[in-house]
Structure formats: structure tokens, C-alpha cells
Design a protein around this ligand. Structure first.
Ligand code: ZN
Ligand code: ZN
Length: 421
């Protein structure tokens, strides 16, 4: 019996891992420059957290969460997104008392039971930020700037940053009411999918982000210029755009960007890449000014984004493969049993001096040990034989120049360090 990964999950193998590490390091370095601190929340949360925040009638909650009842009869879900857990953590740990304005970032796996396709796995990985505690349009702009900087550092090119203004809670209610009227007209309702027929009455905003083509056509035909934004929200959005213009961030305003989560208000945005196919968002986010208070916290504005690492690496054209550079500095090749013992000690000394080194665990000929050294892309091979032990030295061979010198055991680390630097 051979076990396999669960559908929609995959292994990230060593040949690929440096791309992930590079991406994560670039993200950490970037976020630090903008004053963000890392937060790590559990991958499991109470199911109610997501129902309350993301919304009961969203695709994520209705169709895509991995939810189960544990042995203690608790309803638990694997996190489908990062914002709700962070708001939960912000409130539960009273971060608001430490400093009402918090800049937090996260890197980790998320889980959604979607139909698996390239770059859209059931366990996928997101890197994102949440800035909690300000209503300023400068914050929206900065969050968008950070996302653009992150995509740049990942090597994602040719993406379009699309922005939209959803308005405040009152505006959303107004929009919802207009949409309800629109979608209840017979000629419109008959064109909607079964889910949207239901949503048209319960949560008409979610019809706007239905992924089914016939519904998209309806939305584009009928939802043209429904007026719903108040003067404050219009001004807020204009100010966001002004800040973006100031630092020459390119964007396009797209009235169909609504994001499929209930908590968004005012600015929402999405970076999409043509190369990723139909569902082409590589990162997205927005403002969520009511979520903190809806979850029992103070009335305060917040804004954030998430970028899918799996998708970003595909969009950047990164393909798994051996990456260049040596895997070890020194391969130690002992000849014979006595030499092996000496080599074992030498390995310990070299590693303690910060030199990466390895050895063949089987006693083999020098020729096959040299092959192992090649596989590991060792820069030096240190040959230890009986003669060398007697003389108190080892032969150090540079694998590129093939130059070989004898170095006494007590000067090995210094000699190698000198050659590596
Ligand atoms: Zn408003
Ligand atoms: Zn639909």
C-alpha cells in the first residue's frame, strides 16, 4: 500500500525550496521596512469566526471550508484566509491596549476545498499584511504600495492593479437594496445561476463576484452605474488615488472588483495576471472598517492584503529545478577505517567553525567518493589517508581549479575559511 498526498495538496521538494525561502525572505525584509511585525496564528479556528466575518453566504464559507466537529463536539475549520484570525488575535490578546494601531504580517498555509487547478490548491500559501487602527486614505495607499512592492520582489511582472470603492456599511446597504430590486426583475432573475437566485434575496452583493459566466454577463449588462456611494466615501477613494499617483503606482479603477468576502468596505483591490488564466488574481485586499467592531472590538478602521505565494511563483515564471551554487563547501573523503575516524572528528571541527561539509557514510573508493562530492557540488574535497594522518595533515583539493595542497589538521578550518572568503 502506497500513500499519496491528499487531493489538492502537494509536497514542496528541495529542488524548489530556495524559491520559497527567497520569496519569504524578500517579504520579511520588505515588511520590516514598512514597520510590520510577524504574527503566527493557529491553522484551526472556531468555524463561527469565519461565518461571522467572511460571511455566511459567501462561496468560501458555503462551499470551500474544511470544517469538522472534533471529539469535544466543537465546530472547527481550517483557516480559509488570514484576516479573521488576525482580528481575533488582535482582540483576544488585547493588542489594542498595547498600541491601538498595529501593523501585522503573516506567512502560512490556508485551506479551501476548491476544484484543484494550477496554482489553486486546497492547501495554498499566503503572505499578507493587516494594518489595524486607522481610517486614513494614506493607509489604503500604503497597503497597495506594499503589495506592489511584494509582487515586484517576487519577480511578478505584467500585472494590473485594479481598484474599486465599495463604500461604507450604509452605502453597501443601499447598493444591496438596488441590486435586490434589479435581480428580482423576471428577465434578470431568469439569467442567474441557482446560487445567485438565492443570493439575490439574501446577499445580492455576492452575485457581483459569482464565477459563473452567465452571471458575469448579467452583472456587466445591468449593474452599470448604480449610484450608492456617499460623499465621504467618494472623497476617501479620491484621496487614495491621489496618494498612489504621488508615488506613481499604476492602477485601473474597475467597478466589478468586489472581492467575495462580506467584511470589505470602501477600498478593495486586486492584482491580476493574464498568464494565470480565468481566475487570475495573484493578490488582493481591501479595507474592513466594521470587522473589528463587529467582532466585539472598538470602532476602528483597518486595511490589508494577501498574496498567494504558489500563484505568484507561477506568475513570475519560476520553475522547480536545481539551483546553482555549492550545497556544501567541503566534502571529506577518508581512505580506510582509521582515516574515517579522523575524518569524523575533522567534520565536527569544521562544522563548529561554520563550514558546511559532508562525508560519504559508506566506505567506498576515492573515485566513488569524488562522484559524491560532485553531486553535492562541493567546492573542496579533503582527502584523508593513512600517510596524511602520519604526517598530521590532509590533502585539500579545489574542485574547480583541481589545485591540491597539504594542510595540517590544526590549521584546516582557518585555511578553508581563507579560501572560501
Ligand atoms: Zn459611505
Ligand atoms: Zn451565479
Amino acid at each position: 500500500m502506497k500513500y499519496k498526498t491528499i487531493r489538492g495538496t502537494r509536497d514542496i521538494l528541495p529542488a524548489e525550496i530556495s524559491q520559497w525561502q527567497d520569496a519569504e525572505n524578500a517579504a520579511r525584509e520588505l515588511f520590516k521596512r514598512y514597520g510590520y511585525s510577524e504574527i503566527r496564528t493557529p491553522v484551526m479556528e472556531e468555524t463561527g469566526l469565519f461565518i461571522k466575518s467572511v460571511g455566511e453566504d459567501t462561496d468560501i464559507v458555503k462551499k470551500e471550508m474544511f470544517s469538522f466537529r472534533d471529539r469535544g463536539e466543537r465546530d472547527i475549520s481550517l483557516r480559509p484566509e488570514g484576516t479573521a484570525p488576525i482580528v481575533r488575535a488582535y482582540l483576544e490578546n488585547n493588542l489594542v491596549n498595547l498600541n491601538p494601531f498595529q501593523k501585522l504580517y503573516y506567512i502560512g498555509p490556508m485551506f479551501r476545498a476548491e476544484r484543484p487547478q494550477a496554482g489553486r490548491l486546497r492547501q495554498f500559501h499566503q503572505v499578507g499584511i493587516e494594518a489595524i487602527g486607522s481610517n486614513s486614505p494614506a493607509l489604503d495607499a500604503e497597503v497597495i504600495i506594499v503589495m506592489a512592492g511584494l509582487l515586484d520582489s517576487f519577480g511578478v511582472k505584467n500585472y494590473t492593479m485594479k481598484l474599486n470603492n465599495l463604500g461604507c456599511a450604509d452605502d453597501k446597504k443601499k447598493l444591496s437594496k438596488s441590486l435586490k430590486e434589479l435581480f428580482s426583475k423576471k428577465e434578470v432573475a431568469s439569467l442567474l445561476c441557482d446560487d445567485c437566485k438565492r443570493r439575490a434575496a439574501t446577499n445580492p452583493l455576492r452575485v457581483l463576484d459569482c464565477k459563473i459566466e452567465s452571471c458575469k454577463v448579467v452583472v456587466r449588462k445591468y449593474f452599470k452605474e448604480v449610484e450608492f456611494l456617499c460623499a465621504d466615501c467618494k472623497k476617501h477613494f479620491d484621496d487614495v488615488l491621489k496618494f498612489l499617483d504621488l508615488v506613481k503606482i499604476k492602477y485601473a479603477v474597475d467597478p466589478y472588483i468586489v472581492r467575495g468576502l462580506d467584511y470589505y468596505t470602501r477600498t478593495v483591490f486586486e492584482a491580476s495576471c493574464g498568464s494565470l488564466g480565468a481566475q487570475n488574481a495573484v493578490g488582493a485586499g481591501g479595507r474592513y472598517d466594521n470587522l473589528i467592531s463587529d467582532m466585539g472590538g472598538p470602532v476602528t478602521g483597518a486595511c490589508g492584503f494577501a498574496v498567494g505565494i504558489d500563484r505568484a511563483l507561477i506568475a513570475a515564471g519560476k520553475v522547480p529545478g536545481e539551483t546553482g551554487g555549492a550545497k556544501v563547501d567541503v566534502f571529506v573523503a577518508p581512505l580506510g577505517e582509521e582515516a574515517y575516524k579522523k575524518a569524523f572528528l575533522v567534520l565536527a571541527d569544521l562544522r563548529a567553525s561554520g563550514i558546511s561539509c559532508d562525508i560519504d557514510y559508506e566506505s567506498r573508493s576515492l573515485k566513488s567518493q569524488m562522484r559524491s562530492a560532485d553531486k553535492l557540488k562541493a567546492r573542496f574535497v579533503l582527502i584523508i589517508g593513512d600517510d596524511e594522518i602520519k604526517k598530521g595533515e590532509a590533502a585539500l583539493r579545489n574542485m574547480q581549479t583541481k589545485e591540491q595542497v597539504c594542510v595540517s589538521f590544526d590549521k584546516l578550518a582557518a585555511a578553508i575559511n581563507g579560501k572560501i572568503e
